[in-house]
Design a protein around this ligand. Structure first.
Ligand SMILES: Cc1cc2nc3c(=O)[nH]c(=O)nc-3n(C[C@H](O)[C@H](O)[C@H](O)COP(=O)(O)OP(=O)(O)OC[C@H]3O[C@@H](n4cnc5c(N)ncnc54)[C@H](O)[C@@H]3O)c2cc1C
Length: 380
């Protein structure tokens, strides 16, 4: 092998790429493998906050920027407070996570990071990865770039989780710093599934996001209108200062990204279907999948072995179908879900760790809702 040949090249050192890298760095089986990581960090990848729930102590606790032991869900009909134990809701900054992975890789001489944008990957005996000025060969590429075919697809159901968040400072004590708000549906853009998500950092400071699960995007002015209204009408203040902003679009889709794996290029992250399609969460799922992927690689199994659970994929597809068909009634679906289940069951379900019996308990109250009843009639 010359210096441009690698066992594995990872394209993209965002959420998925960094998780895979961290798994590899800690795995004795990877000690003699030559790994290349390429990323130029254009765009938002260093600028996100990643929140997730997990039980008790986790691998990234030293990197957290905040955590919560209590949660809340609200509509105009219900106001549900819940302790999360044994779960904790945690938040870290993407730049801290990526910096942690980068610092760790610098201690391993067989891992190389190159700051460059990948323009093209060709597959022959090896994969050839081309950047503007160099090319590299690898036996396997783990690729975070979303295939363009996804954006042209018309068959899959694709909603977008799109949001604008303002980190705000207010004058008077307004927030409960121990309690994050998963969804507050008191203020909605009519005809859409839209809600407020709140991560409070102190009594006077919080990230407040207006979020849609909907097929179409909206102009910035629309998110801003609802954020202002929420702050005025629900937080009951006109005096606030915006200290930071977060904006994003996450695909929520029945599209099967796995179709883009090829002999030498395996898609990872959003590009590989590592975003939970019914929620848009990906940080914890990526940690899990990175571990499975590295083990599969070392055991010479197909890399996708044990990644997807078709039962949960079916539930996700149903959820997306219902939200797509009845976008203006999503708040009722979530109200029903949160009113009839302890948060621990909901988290376990979303983590794809429930038993069939627990899933039936979740489904039964939902199937009594008229619009879901209609959907099930259509399905069977
Ligand atoms: C604003 C925002 C907030 C989110 N918050 C949460 C959250 O709280 N919790 C959660 O679980 N999920 C969250 N998500 C969803 C999901 O976790 C993220 O989108 C996650 O970053 C997806 O991981 P990824 O590795 O596919 O992509 P990214 O993390 O975006 O990483 C892809 C990397 O590939 C690099 N890259 C792309 N093209 C090339 C190229 N041609 N050459 C070289 N490098 C390239 C990019 O620079 C980037 O660093 C959020 C998403 C957004 C957009």
């Amino acid at each position: 092998m010359d210096h441009h040949q690698y066992d594995i090249a990872i394209v993209g050192m965002g959420c998925a790429g960094s998780h895979i890298l961290l798994q590899m760095l800690d795995h004795p089986g990877m000690k003699n493998k030559k790994i290349l990581i390429l990323d130029d960090f254009q765009g938002e990848s260093l600028d996100k906050t990643w929140s997730f729930w997990e039980k008790g102590v986790g691998n990234w606790d030293s990197l957290l920027s905040a955590k919560w032991a209590l949660g809340n869900f609200k509509t105009n009909k219900v106001d549900l407070d819940f302790p999360l134990a044994p779960y904790v809701y945690k938040k870290l900054e993407s730049k801290d996570f990526i910096a942690f992975a980068k610092a760790k890789l610098q201690q391993h001489p067989n891992f190389t990071f190159i700051s460059a944008r990948v323009e093209n990957i060709l597959e022959n005996e090896f994969a050839t990865i081309k950047t503007e000025s160099e090319s590299f060969e690898a036996k396997l590429v783990l690729d975070s770039r979303i295939d363009k075919a996804f954006y042209k697809d018309t068959k899959a159901i694709t909603l977008k989780q799109h949001f604008l968040g303002w980190q705000i400072k207010v004058e008077k004590d307004t927030f409960d710093p121990d309690r994050f708000v998963m969804m507050d549906y008191r203020l909605r853009d009519p005809g859409t599934t839209s809600f407020i998500y709140i991560l409070p950092y102190s009594k006077t400071e919080a990230l407040v996001e207006f979020t849609y699960f909907s097929p179409d995007l909206v102009e910035d002015i629309v998110y801003e209108k609802y954020l202002k209204r929420f702050i005025n009408e629900c937080l009951k203040t006109n005096e606030f200062e915006i200290t930071a902003k977060e904006q994003g679009i996450i695909p929520m889709t029945t599209y099967r990204f796995e179709q883009h794996h090829s002999r030498l290029v395996h898609k990872i992250g959003t590009a590989g279907g590592w975003v939970k399609s019914s929620t848009g969460y990906s940080f914890k799922l990526s940690e899990k999948r990175a571990k499975v992927l590295v083990n599969n690689y070392l055991e010479e199994k197909p890399l996708d072995t044990g990644m997807q659970n078709s039962r949960f994929q079916f539930y996700d597809d149903i959820m997306l179908e219902v939200l797509n068909e009845h976008n203006g009634r999503g708040h009722l679906l979530f109200q029903n879900l949160y009113s009839n289940n302890p948060i621990t069951r909901i988290f376990a379900f979303l983590d794809e760790e429930t038993t069939l019996w627990e899933e039936i308990k979740i489904m039964i109250p939902l199937t009594s809702m008229p619009f879901i009843k209609g959907f099930f009639k259509k399905l069977f």
